[in-house]
Design a protein. Structure first.
Length: 605
């Protein structure tokens, strides 16, 4: 059964009956390795062919569908058609000419990529794979087509008729009819990387910038050749992520996903869907910590999110509400200002001083860091007409000791039957992921999992790399000497310093490390949102939700801290270790329960 994106025919309100019939046949008559896109804009020009069909060996086929009956057509040429409509005669494009135009736009786009064309031989410069185009006429039989002489303006092998797309049609015959539409059939088997490159060009919204999810793509001159700016290795959503992202409808939705499963990428995709819907009310994007909020701002602004998207960390948003609506704070012993602000906004919403239904959509990243009363408050801020809420969650990464909701319904979130679990880790190497999750597993109590809040265990990472390194030194000074040398070597290999990070448990460690790096001539920044090429030195808490090519975690012997439970710091260390996309370095100059555990696990592997 083929994959149809965005969704199944029954969910498409805008599909015509003919398009619905063809979509059903594509799904049921094609094998699992076929992917079909329906009415999804392509490239920067946002052209919208009815269907694009992709197969690793067959190539790309563009199909244009017309629900015309034989008596709808008054006349037709190779370029245009004159048809009867409810409002009189209308001149439109010949559907085959439409399909050809879309197919040419696609080939021109893909042929600019040297990785997708023949590099030698008589077909040099042409695509590596076959491509074709055709028309579908779901309400005209083959006999009617022939009797009307339509084969003069649409070649017989370039059309599929109603009797050739019935539910009873033979799958082999259906496929043969489609692939007879190709101009040529030479080419190569498309690898997964080839298919990713095709998606990268056709659907820019699926792109993950090279190196890191949050990297801002370089601005290009209109005269710049694509081949000069394309990365050698590209990242896009896989089909499972794309299918879920494109199928997100109205209502409340939840993603339970392991670290590195692409949750934030889907959240960004959803945000841009809401932007394109052009609601009169703004969209609110929230997370817990300031660093991630700054990175989300950078990422979404680079993707075209304008002023109608408000991106904040939760306590910053509460501060904004307090200032905007002049809310009074009620001081309580031991309560910090940001806690008073949260309470003030909750009271303001209950009293009506803070208006409800302010936002067309609310997207919450790292939702496991949000207390139940915060979630209940935010649901009230959602416009009941759009009712678009997306909550991203991973209880294993819960590091702020927040209480869990008794149920999602108890805080006004309706996600029964609307949640999705992502278990595959795309960020980390298999070796780093295994070490990190094996380490944290003894501190995870699966018995506390519920149907509403499952504890999701990651599947093995899809990429392999070198094993994480762990080294012991005589002092913190020598630790930092080695870390500096390690980062310098990565930089010489072409890794920008801003894609490297040193993650620490305390702010005191951050200050000591920044000084040490500066003393050794290495640029360092304590803000992941900072400009310039510098090593990011962050606390483990601040690193949550981020990712870097190379991550060093020094002074491991200090963990767990004296006033913190092993389980708390184990989860925190798991979060820190899973920030590394390629290389992970662990160092220490004193021994502790964590260093002994990790050393044993590394030795066993």
């Amino acid at each position: 059964m083929a994959i149809l994106l965005p969704s199944s025919p029954s969910q498409h309100k805008k599909m015509t009956q003919g398009e619905r019939r063809l979509a059903a046949r594509l799904i049921t008559k094609l094998e699992d390795d076929y992917v079909c896109w329906y009415d999804v804009p392509i490239g920067s020009k946002q052209l919208q062919p009815d269907f694009i069909v992709l197969h690793p060996t067959r190539g790309i086929l563009v199909l244009e569908v017309k629900d015309w009956k034989i008596d709808t057509i008054k006349s037709m040429t190779k370029a245009t058609a004159e048809i009867f409509t409810d409002v009189g005669l209308k001149h439109v494009a010949n559907p085959l000419e439409q399909a050809r135009g879309y197919a040419m736009a696609i080939t021109n786009l893909l042929e600019a990529d040297p990785f997708l064309v023949q590099l030698e031989g008589k077909h040099k410069g042409n695509l590596l794979f076959p491509w074709g185009f055709g028309a579908a006429l779901p309400n005209i039989t083959r006999k009617q087509f022939d009797v009307a002489g339509l084969d003069v303006v649409i070649p017989s092998d370039k059309v599929i008729c109603s009797d050739e797309m019935q539910e009873s049609v033979d799958a082999e015959g259906f496929q043969k009819r489609l692939w007879g539409m190709f101009n040529y059939n030479f080419g190569t088997h498309l690898s997964l990387s080839n298919i990713d490159r095709i998606k990268w060009h056709l659907y820019p919204e699926l792109r993950v910038s090279q190196g890191t999810l949050f990297e801002v793509p370089a601005k290009q001159s209109p005269n710049t050749l694509i081949a000069e700016t394309l990365p050698d290795i590209i990242k896009v959503m896989d089909f499972e992520q794309e299918k879920y992202a494109r199928n997100l409808g109205t209502g409340h939705r939840m993603i339970h996903g392991v670290a590195g499963s692409g949750k934030t990428m889907i959240l960004a995709f959803r945000c841009m869907q809401l932007v394109q819907a052009a609601y009169s009310k703004p969209v609110l994007v929230l997370c817990f910590n300031k660093t991630l909020a700054a990175k989300l701002t950078t990422m979404l602004r680079a993707r075209g999110a304008g002023d109608n998207v408000h991106i904040r960390h939760f306590h910053g948003w509460c501060s904004d509400m307090c200032n905007l609506y002049q809310l009074d704070l009620q001081k309580a012993d031991g309560e910090k200002t940001y806690e008073q602000q949260v309470a003030a906004v909750i009271r303001g919403a209950e009293s009506g001083r803070v208006p409800r239904e302010q936002y067309a959509g609310i997207l919450i990243d790292e939702g496991h860091d949000f207390a139940p009363e915060w979630l209940k408050l935010l649901v009230q801020m959602l416009d009941s007409n759009t009712d678009s809420l997306l909550l991203v969650y991973d209880d294993v990464q819960s590091i702020y000791k927040q209480r869990k909701p008794e149920s999602w319904a108890s805080v006004g979130i309706n996600v029964k039957g609307r949640s999705k679990i992502f278990k595959i880790n795309y960020r980390n190497t298999a070796e780093a992921l295994k070490l990190a999750f094996d380490f944290v597993s003894p501190y995870i109590d699966d018995s506390k999992a519920t149907e509403d809040i499952p504890l999701v265990h990651p599947e093995a990472g899809l990429r392999h790399g070198g094993a994480p390194m762990m080294k012991r030194f005589a002092s913190f000074h020598w630790e930092m000497k080695h870390v500096g040398t390690w980062l310098g070597a990565a930089h010489k290999r072409g890794v920008p310093l801003k894609r490297t990070a040193i993650l620490c448990r305390t702010n005191d460690q951050v200050n000591r490390i920044v000084k040490s790096l500066c003393d050794n001539g290495i640029a360092a920044s304590v803000s992941a949102a900072g400009e310039g090429d510098a090593v990011q030195v962050l606390t483990m808490h601040s690193s949550k939700g981020l990712e870097f090519d190379c991550v060093a975690i020094p002074d491991l012997g200090a963990l767990p801290l004296p006033k913190v439970t092993e389980a708390e710091d184990a989860r925190l260390l798991y979060v820190a270790m899973t920030r590394a996309t390629n290389e992970l370095l662990l160092t220490h100059h004193s021994d502790g329960v964590f260093t002994r555990d990790l050393a044993q696990r590394l030795a066993a592997n």
